[in-house]
Every structure is written in C-alpha cells, then in structure tokens.
Design a binder for this molecule. Structure first.
Ligand code: ATP
Length: 242
C-alpha cells in the first residue's frame, strides 16, 4: 500500500534521505523512528506529495504520488505534528468543509461526523470555535477529520501530542482497530513505548538511512539480553551507526 523506492532528498549539500526503500503492506501498523534530524519529516513530506524528491519513487495504493497526485491523495489521510485549521470554524463546520473537499454527500457526512465525534469525544466541542480548543482536542479533531473520507493509507506524525492518558488510550485503540480492519498506518514518533505497543513493524532511520527494520520480536532477537526494551535497542543501534 505504501511503496518508497530509492527515495532520496538532498537539501543543498545535506543528504537528508539516502535511498530509502520501504514497502508497507495493507493493514500494517508501521512505526518510523529515528533521532532528531534523521529524515522522518522529510520522508513523510515526500510520501504525502508535499515535496518532490531528488530521486526515487513513491506509490500509494499503486498510484504514483508525483505523476498522479489526485488519485494517491484521495486514498490517503495525513495528520501533521501541528495540524492547520480554519480557526474561526467550529469542529462541526470544519468536518463539513473537509467532507466537501472529498465530495462526500450530506447524509454520509452527518453520519460519519457523528460517529467520529462520539469515538473521539468531540460532541461537546462541536459548536466551539477551533481557535478556543485545547491542544488535545485539536489533535483529536485533526485525527477525526482525517479519517472522515475513510482513507486506505493513514500517515500520522507524533499521534499522542497533547493528549491526556484517557484520550491517548482512545486514539491508540481507534488506530489499532482500524489497522486491524485493513487500514495501513505509517506513524512517526519519539515515544518508543507507543511504537512498542502499537506497531506491527518498526523502522529506525538514522542520517537518512534505514539502520533497522523488522517486527519488535525480530529487532529484539538481535540482542543477547532477554527482555530488552525497544528503548535499549534504539539507543544501541543509533550509537552503533554513529
Ligand atoms: P525531528 O525528529 O527533529 O523532527 P526528522 O527526523 O523529522 O527530525 P527532518 O526534519 O526530516 O528530520 O530533517 C532531516 C535533515 O534535513 C536535518 O538535518 C534537517 O536540518 C534538514 N532539513 C530539513 N528540512 C530542510 C530544509 N527545508 N532545508 C534544509 N535542510 C532541511
């Protein structure tokens, strides 16, 4: 569902991504990890068609993001680390605005909005202006609005930003259930416990290269010490790559 082939990005002399190859099958929950400056945001911007790469290809559900961006974007949803809204709108109005962009009909929009507002505890904020919402409520609205058109591929940068423990659990459960129902998820995070809890497969990016790729069990099997946590694996792999 997500295919990155030899994805390369240079900013002047800086090689932010150096030939990234990554194929993510349908229904996989994939966590892309890496230290600051590793190239995660660059990879996401290229995957979502926000930038053109120096070299390489991106396909989303078989659609080339640069040659056929409309087809690729129609089946994809992207939640950036800081979501952008029309601040004067209410969540209710914002959902209808997003639905119009995807040419959803009125009945489906109303039904899906009500369902997502229930799941993400947004009903009581539905009529408030977005500019007055808390950080965590904005994040839940960003996720709900990105799920509205039922994307097949869901890309999310730091999903837990600003969420309290109750809402963090809601978001984790919703995303996990959707990936189990067939939605493909690519998440970036610095929270290794979240990756450990949710991800089917993990990739660690370092200086624009993938230095580890596998299930948690596969990554752990490379370590001699029984019961190594992802944090220990991450720190050792990054240190070894320095
Ligand atoms: P973080 O965890 O800090 O968000 P990241 O893994 O997302 O980091 P990127 O933001 O992709 O890393 O940055 C990769 C490298 O490319 C960094 O060295 C960064 O300074 C550089 N970089 C990113 N965007 C640009 C740009 N527009 N122009 C020049 N250099 C850039």
């Amino acid at each position: 569902m997500i295919e990155l082939d030899n994805l390369t990005m240079h900013y002047g002399d800086l090689k932010a991504l150096q030939g990234l190859n990554l194929h993510i099958p349908q229904g996989e929950f994939f966590a892309l990890l890496g230290p600051n400056g590793a190239g995660k945001t660059t990879a996401i911007k290229l995957l979502t068609g926000l930038m053109q790469p120096t070299a390489g290809a991106v396909r989303v559900c078989g659609h080339d993001i640069y040659a056929d961006p409309m087809a690729a974007k129609a089946v994809m949803g992207y939640v950036p680390d800081v979501a952008v809204f029309y601040e004067k709108l209410t969540p209710h109005e914002f959902m209808h605005f997003i639905a119009a962009l995807y040419e959803m009909n009125e009945a489906k929009t109303r039904e899906s909005t009500a369902d997502l507002f229930t799941r993400f505890d947004l009903h009581r904020h539905a009529g408030q202006r977005i500019e007055n919402l808390s950080h965590g409520t904005r994040q839940r609205l960003a996720i709900a609005s990105t799920l509205l058109h039922e994307p097949k591929v869901f890309v999310i940068d730091e999903p837990m930003v600003g969420l309290d423990p109750v809402h963090a659990r809601t978001v984790k459960q919703e995303l996990k259930a959707r990936s189990q129902a067939g939605m493909t998820i690519l998440m970036t995070t610095h929270l290794l416990n979240i990756a450990e809890e949710l991800a089917d497969r993990i990739g660690i990016l370092h200086e624009g290269k993938l230095i580890a790729l596998g299930t948690l069990a596969e990554l752990k099997s490379r370590f001699e010490r029984e019961g190594a946590k992802l944090e220990e694996i991450f720190l050792q792999m990054v240190a070894a790559a320095e």
